[in-house]
Ligand binder design. Structure first.
Ligand SMILES: [Zn+2]
Length: 187
């Protein structure tokens, strides 16, 4: 990973390390633990378009991708642009979207899978086999769907921005595979 100093500052400021056992880097069941509250100052959408060369995985095979930083999390750049356009629209409606988990490195996915298989951390939450998560392919984002009005807003508007809920049991897990109005700040 090649996070800039600035990105790290954002990560530290906005959430705990992605490797802690109590953070929300799984497929979202622990979203509540890091949920921004009404009194938090995290309504601001924070974006850094600094590009990071990362190794993603698709069906077990390594694939180079570029990630930028949104809400302190690495997010694949095309997914990030689509998300940012959506988050800005939500904000106009008074709804504050947050990325709880975006792109995951192999190390992060291995950690989460280990938690799941050993039931030793991360609340024993389900995690995809390393190399097979769409958080590794760059298409998946876990969003703050327990935030005020967020799940409802997404149910009405996410499709317009190209985002789809793809895991029926996970209200927070959205994927972007293209579509939506285009635009976004990172190029
Ligand atoms: Zn997810």
């Amino acid at each position: 990973m090649s996070r800039s100093k600035w990105s790290w500052a954002i990560v530290v400021a906005s959430s705990l390390s992605a490797f802690g056992c109590t953070t929300a880097v799984d497929d979202g069941v622990t979203d509540e633990e890091t949920e921004p509250t009404a009194s938090s100052t995290s309504e601001e959408l924070t974006v850094s378009c600094t590009r990071h060369a990362e190794t993603g995985y698709v069906s077990g095979s390594a694939k180079a991708l570029t990630a930028v930083t949104v809400d302190g999390k690495l997010v694949e750049e095309h997914t990030a642009n689509a998300y940012i356009v959506m988050a800005q629209a939500a904000k106009k409606d008074g709804i504050y979207l947050k990325v709880v988990s975006g792109f995951r490195s192999m190390a992060e996915q291995k950690y989460l899978y280990g938690c799941y298989t050993h039931c030793s951390c991360n609340s024993c939450n389900l995690a995809a086999k390393p190399g097979y998560s769409n958080h590794q392919s760059g298409h998946a984002l876990d969003l703050n769907t327990s935030g005020s009005g967020v799940a409802h807003w997404l149910s009405l508007h996410a499709a317009h921005y190209g985002f789809k809920r793809t895991v029926p049991s996970e209200a927070w897990h959205y994927e972007w595979w293209g579509g939506g109005p285009g635009g976004g700040p990172c190029h």
